[in-house]
Design a protein around this ligand. Sequence first.
Ligand code: C2E
Ligand code: MG
Ligand code: MG
Ligand code: MG
Length: 287
Amino acid sequence: EAKRKGVSKIKCFTSNLQTQLERHLYLEKGLRHALEHDQFELVLQPQWRLEDQGLTGFEALLRWHAGADGMISPFEFIPVAEKTGLIVPVGEWVVSKVCEYLREWKQHGVSDCRIALNVSPLQLKSGKFVEALESMAVAHGVALDQIEVEVTEESLLDGVEEHGRVSNELVRLRELGVKIAIDDFGTGYSSLRYLRQFPADIVKIDKSFVSEGSVALKESEICTAIVTMARSLGMEVIAEGIETTEQLSSLREIGCSLGQGYLVSMPLSFEEASDCVLQGRTDSKKQ
Ligand code: C2E
Ligand code: MG
Ligand code: MG
Ligand code: MG
């Protein structure tokens, strides 16, 4: 009896593996197809001052419209892109889109809006990312200080050697004027000393702390600690995933100055984002 159960467990385990492997291969093939057939879209989520909800910039988030399969979440396809190395061409597509967007706004007279893009450590380790970004920005006539690069705290903790390589690339980006943000901060295990060595301008408080912020004291204490630490290092702080006015006001109370989240806006299409940006321009001209 026990033996039979064991066998069926193994069968179940292997069929799970089989399914995972099939899904992986399916997505890998799909990603190649997506690159060739223009199935990606880069949406933009507004970032704003907590004080008056004034727009400061956007985070670019990748969307995959996978034909009959509908939308596939980046939580599912980014890991596949990373494992297969496809993140490099996908990431280049993202950079070129960001440059196109910024060029378009510049042509309409707006050149002070920032766009942050997410970068995998693998892209940085490829050694070609910095040049690619620089040459695309130059080709589009875009100022490099309008571009921000987000790397997750977790990815910075990859091991000493790896960390050295990633860190070098970030230093080079920073020398070009690109801003560096540490994403999902608080979910990794970096120490204050570690953070001090790190070439970063902005810390993004992970949404898991924000969502509990007004309810659980512990979470809000973590947010307070992050804000205090970032300030003492001269870094900006942005909270992600703000959904309620309660969260907004408790973040303001602890001295966080910037935010992002459904409370103010979902990620927008380029056309919608442009309306916000160009609207802001005409408003400020009226004053
Ligand atoms: P992330 O960089 O931490 O992005 C924030 C995620 O939170 C986004 O999910 C965003 O849509 C979502 N979000 C924004 N506001 C709220 C809110 O108020 N409440 C909640 N619950 N969620 C909110 P998304 O777009 O599904 O992206 C998931 C992750 O995939 C990103 O996390 C990022 O790590 C990765 N990703 C997305 N685009 C790219 C990309 O172009 N390149 C790379 N390497 N990774 C990407
Ligand atoms: Mg991000
Ligand atoms: Mg994040
Ligand atoms: Mg995240």
